[in-house]
Design a protein around this ligand. Structure first.
Ligand SMILES: [Fe+2]
Length: 230
């Protein structure tokens, strides 16, 4: 599996181009901002962009969708149906987060309406990228329609904003639920083997085993509600 990371936007989000080395078929997981560097990477590598594959609809994960679609008009755009409203609300999302209208341009967060998705993820489906096979797992909690992509042969999982090294995704934005997120992580990520490499939407890579052992939100060290360690 070819994995190329681009750290984009004011949110330092990890956009990744993932490709099958046998066929050159590629996906872009969560294009966080318009980036000519990504377009150039795909073109110069002779890759075929099959789809923009979205883990969820937050602006720092979908902000570059229009730009990529303009460059590669045949690419699909795939998102879970429960995050479509969020996706279509891209131009308004910065305002939900408390960013003032006059700050949008300077922060690079001024968006037009994004292109329509071409289809939706189904929990449990197998998604082929050349000879790679991703299992799609619905993981609500950070957003209602968040999904993760697990490649079971290569033991790699792309988890968006569900799980980070030593932390978990925020649950205070619309559609968020702490209980749902912990449940999603336990059922759909911790159920993977310890040696799965975890690719998060922000920060460094980690492994399932490392997070199972040391992540305070998953070991029981952190008690929700009181906001303190016990
Ligand atoms: Fe997010």
């Amino acid at each position: 599996m070819i994995v190329k990371k681009f750290v984009l936007s004011a949110f330092q989000q990890n956009t990744r181009v993932v490709a099958c080395p046998d066929t050159g078929v590629a996906i872009c997981i969560d294009p966080g901002a318009a980036s000519d560097e990504i377009v150039e990477f795909i073109r110069s590598g002779g890759l075929t962009l099959q789809a923009v594959t979205l883990t969820h609809g937050h602006l720092d994960h979908v902000g570059g969708t229009s730009h990529l679609r303009d460059a590669f008009p045949d690419a699909e755009i795939i998102i879970h149906t429960d995050d479509e409203d969020l996706y279509h609300a891209l131009p308004q999302q910065p305002l939900f987060m408390g960013i003032q209208p006059h700050q949008l341009a300077s922060l690079g967060l001024k968006y037009d309406a994004p292109p329509a998705p071409t289809r939706n993820w189904e929990h449990g489906e197998t998604y082929a990228v050349g000879s790679l096979r991703f299992e799609i797992r619905h993981c609500p909690g950070h957003t209602r329609g968040h999904v993760v992509f697990a490649e079971m042969n290569e033991k790699k999982v792309f988890v968006g904003d569900c799980l980070f090294e030593g932390s978990i995704g925020r649950t205070d934005l619309p559609g968020g639920s702490y209980e749902q997120l912990i449940n999603s992580i336990e059922q759909n990520i911790l159920s993977l083997d310890d040696d799965f490499v975890v690719f998060s939407g922000h920060g460094p890579e980690t492994t399932v085993g490392r997070e199972r052992l040391t992540n305070p939100f998953l070991t029981g060290a952190y008690a929700p509600g009181g906001g303190r360690f016990i």
